[in-house]
Design a protein around this ligand. Structure first.
Ligand code: ADP
Ligand code: MG
Length: 325
């Protein structure tokens, strides 16, 4: 690895969901077309994420599990870009240090890959791998060596639900990638490659019918901000905001102002206490907003949001109006 940056170590492992999130992000960064996620006991017992992406050479794999190794930062400015998911180079090493991990990877150009067995951060066994190209990370007994922190994991049911939510988010923001999601031996999702977004939304929210979804397609001419995705008609709503998912430059963003702007786009037509389903992708030139990336939490916040909020509200209004008339 050419670039090794030291960045304050953060809490990568805040729950099983955060492990799944980091591993899926790595798979996406490796340009995979298919991601398979399997968990048992909410992930507390077992998590596996495998991909058919670029993989790593045996040498790179040995480096990748060391702290602060990343192949993704070329300069400190990259830290503030939203393009790649990973930028801290600490996910794999941190997860490896608090679990029993088997990590296996092979690149297309190599006929032999490598599989490492790691316990609490120490490589305890390694063997050649002759299987298919890509990467597979298996995580057993998360936080087994830090019992005080393991205690803070929630019940298997709650951890599992949080993992499912993360998987759903990635499925929605990456409809071109095929996902298999298996929970306690049961296939929850098995989605094809290049699935139309509308079909993917209906896979995640099976209660929706094709006619319930209105396409949003809007570009603000002045700012260049684009808003696309799908929302439901005002009469097809629910009692909570769980159906509202907003992605900014491909990253899921939880910022209540965005939800308010979305709902304002409905105007009077949205009853009080009702919330739409909405899967919205906003593309904005990072130079237009102050992006505040918190290196530990990976939260993205915008401090000059008015342009984004305005575009979002207008985009929804236009879409609803077109359907209404
Ligand atoms: P980061 O993603 O921030 O670079 P990670 O600890 O998550 O740090 O991963 C370390 C490095 O290991 C990555 O930079 C990448 O080069 C490599 N890597 C991790 N996961 C994969 C994967 N699924 N496919 C290919 N390479 C990977
Ligand atoms: Mg990463």
């Amino acid at each position: 690895k050419e670039v090794v940056l030291k960045i304050a170590a953060g809490e990568v492992v805040t729950g099983c969901f955060s492990v799944v999130k980091e591993l899926i992000e790595n798979s996406i960064d490796a340009h995979t077309r298919r991601i398979e996620v399997e968990i048992r006991e909410g992930g507390k017992e077992f998590i596996r994420v495998s991909d058919d992406g670029e993989g790593m050479s045996p040498e790179d794999l040995k480096e990748a599990i060391k702290p602060h190794t990343t192949s993704k930062i070329k300069s400190i400015e990259d830290l503030y870009r939203l393009n790649t998911y990973g930028f801290r180079g600490e996910a794999l090493s941190t997860i490896a240090s608090v679990s029993r991990m088997i990590i296996t990877s092979k690149q297309e150009k190599n006929s032999v890959g490598l599989s490492l067995r790691i316990t609490g951060g120490n490589v305890v066994a390694e063997e050649p791998y002759l299987g298919k190209t890509g990467t597979m990370v298996e995580v057993y007994d998360l936080l087994f060596n830090t019992p005080a922190r393991r205690k803070f994991l929630k019940s298997a049911a709650v951890e599992g639900r949080m993992v499912t939510e993360i998987v759903q988010r990635f499925m929605l923001s990456n409809p071109s990638i095929s996902f298999l999601y298996v929970k306690d031996g049961k296939v929850i999702y098995d989605s094809p490659i290049d699935q139309p977004l509308k079909d993917r939304i209906r896979l995640i929210f099976p209660e929706l019918k094709p006619d319930d979804l209105i396409e949003v397609e809007y570009t603000d001419e002045n700012s260049g901000i684009s808003v696309r995705g799908f929302v439901t008609m005002p009469e097809r709503t629910r009692l909570n905001r769980f159906g509202e998912m907003i992605f900014v430059n491909s990253r899921h963003v939880k910022q209540i102002e965005l939800n308010y702007a979305l709902e304002r786009g409905y105007g009077e037509t949205l009853e009080k206490g009702r919330f739409p389903f909405a899967i919205i992708f906003i593309e904005v030139d990072p130079a237009l907003v102050d992006v505040n990336v918190h290196p530990q939490k990976l939260e993205v916040k915008f401090s000059r949001t008015s342009l984004v909020l305005d575009a979002l509200k207008r985009a929804v209004r236009v879409a609803i109006h077109q359907r209404g008339t």
